[in-house]
Design a protein around this ligand. Sequence first.
Ligand SMILES: Nc1ncnc2c1ncn2[C@@H]1O[C@H](COP(=O)(O)OP(=O)(O)OP(=O)(O)O)[C@@H](O)[C@H]1O
Ligand SMILES: Nc1ccn([C@H]2C[C@H](O)[C@@H](COP(=O)(O)O)O2)c(=O)n1
Length: 668
Amino acid sequence: MYTTAFLDLPPLRSAAGSVRLPGSKSISNRVLLLAGLSAGRTRVHDLLDSDDTRVMIEALRQLGCGIEHEGRALVVTGLGGRLVTRQAQLFLGNAGTAMRPLVAALAVLSGLQGGRFELSGVPRMHERPIGDLVDALRGLGCQIDYLGQDGYPPLRLAGGTPRVDAPIRVRGDVSSQFLTALLMAAPMLSSQSPVRIEVVGELISKPYIEITLRLLERFGIHVQRDGWQAFTVPAGSAYRSPGDIHVEADASSASYFVALGAIASDATAPLRIEGVGADSIQGDIRFVDAAQAMGAVVRSGPNWLEVHRGAWPLRALDLDCNHIPDAAMTLAVMALYADGPTTLRNIASWRVKETDRIAAMATELRKLGAEVVEGADFITVHPLREVRAAAIHTYDDHRVAMCFSLAAFHGLVAGLEPQPLRILDPRCVAKTFPDYFETLFAVARAATADIPVLTIDGPTASGKGTLAAEVARALGYHLLDSGALYRATALAALEAGVDADDEAGLAALAAGLPLRFEPDHVWLAARDVSDDLRREDVGAMASRISAFPAVREALRQRQLDFRRLPGLVADGRDMGTVIFPDATLKVFLTASAETRADRRHKQLISKGISANLATLLQDLQARDARDRSRSTAPLKPAEDAQLLDNSALTIEASVAQVLEWWAQRRPF
Ligand SMILES: Nc1ncnc2c1ncn2[C@@H]1O[C@H](COP(=O)(O)OP(=O)(O)OP(=O)(O)O)[C@@H](O)[C@H]1O
Ligand SMILES: Nc1ccn([C@H]2C[C@H](O)[C@@H](COP(=O)(O)O)O2)c(=O)n1
């Protein structure tokens, strides 16, 4: 997951391959609560692991449910309708799918059995309306107090005397989650008589109610319905665990990859989406129809989709999106690539989601250069005619971040000069799809020249590796420690007894090295050689053999292969001069030989390795001389390098300086 302050996407050009999507948030949180209310153990498979499910799991744990991991499944031991904890303060983040159903379930349980529960969330959660649900529960006889502003969380549920001698009435036109919450609480009120729930006003987001009804069935509750107007839970209904239950992949998350296929995949290599397909119970699977109307070619099986581009530009749409409110945000970005203005209607619920999504989408699409018209319950997006490099604000809204990544394909529009795109606070995708960007980068392609590279070259112990790792972390970029390739060749040569002067033998060894890089670890075949690579004898041997042109050539392509989305920070001796001469920023890092020897001395001592400062200084100077004087790729600053002497700088100050130079070269 990217936890950086921003993530820069270079212009993207195509997409191919296969993605497996995380579990559906809507299904995951419903299943968790139903399992928590049932008697016995429910083994939940393919559960979404995200911010929203974590707050639900934590709430269930606080309420006394058993929560255990069994392999990749989560086993929930439910309460069986009996409260074991009568008091709790539950923090539910920004998870509407946790807040609304828990309010209803705990209001009813505390009314029937006594108890006092306080439910709160992040500041935005305290701006998301819940008054209609509270009114319905108070109408039943539950005691609920607002702890902040009337009509909004936080709330206190403090008992009461719930009765069901009259139908429960709830508004359906603000959020369908209110009806879902009451449907899930109703079985606990049905011991004596049936519970009838009547919807006031036009019910929105009906497919989400469909999911609720289907899952209630799986847990033994057979709701009788009168269209979308009234729902009756029969007398004597009780939750029964299904034992095992599988969560299907998230259809809303699939929308980004369906759109990706429609925009950037061709028929010879369609984009394949695993985990959700034609048999999905999620309403957002209907996004596929909208994408097809815009030109996507889609094939599907029970739990897979394959998508490629049909029409280009895409065809503009005028669509009532009430049935796909979440996935419809993806259409707003697809509209940038259409042959005319696209209007998405009946989306008033966007205004009370994680953020005011109509305002957010309009503001950010305009930043890119699009013409946008917004109304109380619609948005019209005109295709891009010009484009600007833009830093997209994401409003702590996962869907804003994910759908705007698709704007990075604007270079596919005839006549547009591709621009980089910045996604601010990419971590917000953790709400439903923590690995969204990693998944995107696994299938999206950019021109190699468009993938940004930052190089840091310099002599030994100047701090290149430390600086490169910190800068890569701040930017969310890949890291290449090119010295490790030479060191690994040296280690393999020392161990295999290859002579330090045998250029051909060393080159053959380098070409065939079974090397694998992991964060902070280097593997040579099945062995973790990270510590061995740092040995002084290995470093000295690496310096010797790196003078051979054939060795350098054998390692060249491996280094180029590190240039992958979203970008690369590479450290070594010739990163800026030879391997990545087109790097966006080249830094040449130095420090006095005494400073470097002192740093290396401290580094070795801290690892428990004895070392002599004078000898280290001598070795280091000899290595500098060899690296500088060799004829192939000698250690020297590139002509366009920024020089940084960090003898008197802290690591933090060096990192800040490099990031400042980087920012100066970016168009944001
Ligand atoms: N600006 C700095 N101030 C103080 N110490 C630093 C600074 N930069 C790095 N160091 C320390 O110096 C030591 C050597 O740094 P590092 O291993 O990053 O150097 P390097 O140039 O990558 O070395 P090599 O070329 O041998 O791989 C480390 O212990 C590191 O913490
Ligand atoms: N791009 C590079 C990286 C390293 N080398 C050589 C020269 C060094 O003495 C040796 C070990 O590198 P270090 O881990 O100390 O950075 O490898 C090179 O020639 N070119």
